[in-house]
Ligand binder design. Structure first.
Ligand code: TXA
Ligand code: MG
Length: 320
């Protein structure tokens, strides 16, 4: 079993030591738990792919603790800089041109000329500051499984494949970061996530360019059947079939309550932020009940609902 440590000064120091020696540490961020390795150490980064059982080398998000650290690795255009000033630290990742000879291992970028960067909040940022090197960090789960939002979920899934798990309790956002890329005056949304697209649009006064998530995907890690539970998923369900588990959203309806033996409600008050926090944990719990199908009630397609619906669509899509 992996070693789980509640966060204190000693645990942080151990985490930094393990990372400095090329180890893997699961670290809580505001979005989900990350499976972190020193981004400048190729062998350490290779261990991430090994531990996740990733079918291919997709580029990874790199985490920094300051804008100065980001500037060691990438060129930051003025519009990206505005987004950084407004939303870092936080659940926003920017894809930026990598500087020549930047000491990030090419396994992190999968050989691309760009690097996906974000500055996380809290413990993760403290660890990076102490290490003084960026951390590559995909979500701390086996490839294709549901992202972990608690230390226990990381331990259940990855076990001894990770050297240390820092336990910072449940992640406050519960969804991976929003990924954008600035090209000229246009900001493209590569992955909806924990920062609502509307918040970015409110800052810039411009609509984001939304890519067809199913078409040639610019965030190549986005396999259609990511986040797959074992059970089949049925979305936008208004009437639950006998034997199905229900992932509810909003006030409980009488019809559902009678028919359904096993249900969890993402947010009884219909609050999308609360729903995001519960999403991965509840999918995992309903799946663990061993039902054949999880029925999911409709979730509005606004604010964080965009990212929640994206993750649900992936969980529901045919398995590879
Ligand atoms: O919230 C998060 O973002 C979490 C936490 C741990 O920080 N991290 C996360 O990382 O989700 P990861 O490595 O799983 O995210 C990878 C996504 C993939 O869709 C990948 O293709 C995209 O980021 N990506 C990475 N580098 C890219 C690049 N240079 N251009 C386009 N997309 C890139
Ligand atoms: Mg992931």
């Amino acid at each position: 079993m992996a070693d789980i440590s509640k966060i204190d000064g000693e645990a942080l120091a151990r985490g930094v030591k393990v990372l400095g020696e090329g180890g893997l540490v699961a670290i809580p961020t505001e979005t989900v738990y990350g499976l972190a390795a020193d981004a400048t150490n190729g062998e350490a980064v290779a261990r991430i792919f090994e531990a996740k059982g990733r079918p291919r080398f997709n580029p990874l998000i790199c985490h920094v603790s300051s804008i100065a650290m980001a500037e060691r690795y990438v060129e930051i255009d003025p519009l990206s800089r505005r987004l950084i000033d407004a939303f870092w630290p936080g659940p926003l990742t920017l894809v930026l041109p990598i500087k020549e000879n930047a000491p990030v291992h090419p396994l992190v970028t999968a050989g691309l000329s760009t690097l996906a960067l974000r500055m996380p909040q809290g413990v993760a940022r403290d660890v990076i500051t102490m290490l003084d090197r960026p951390l590559a960090g995909p979500s701390a789960n086996t490839s294709g499984r549901i992202s972990a939002t608690t230390a226990e979920a990381v331990a259940d899934d990855l076990g001894a494949k990770v050297d240390l798990i820092l336990d910072g309790g449940p992640c406050p956002v519960g969804l991976e970061s929003t990924i954008v890329k600035v090209e000229g005056d246009t900001i493209s949304l590569l992955r909806p996530g924990g920062l609502a697209a509307e918040e970015i649009e409110a800052l810039t006064g411009m609509p984001l360019k939304r890519l067809d998530q199913r078409a040639a995907i610019q965030a190549p890690g986005m396999l259609a059947s990511h986040y797959a539970p074992r059970a089949a998923m049925r979305l936008d369900v208004r009437e639950v079939q006998p034997g199905e588990a229900l992932l509810a959203f909003g006030p409980i309806r009488a019809q559902d309550a009678e028919n359904v033996s096993y249900q969890l409600n993402l947010s009884e008050t219909g609050n999308l932020r609360e729903a995001a926090v519960h999403l991965f944990d509840y999918m995992k719990r309903l799946d663990a009940a061993g039902v054949a199908t999880i029925a999911v009630e409709p979730i509005p397609h606004e604010g964080l609902g965009e990212a929640i619906n994206d993750r649900l669509a992936r969980a529901a899509s045919p398995r590879e």
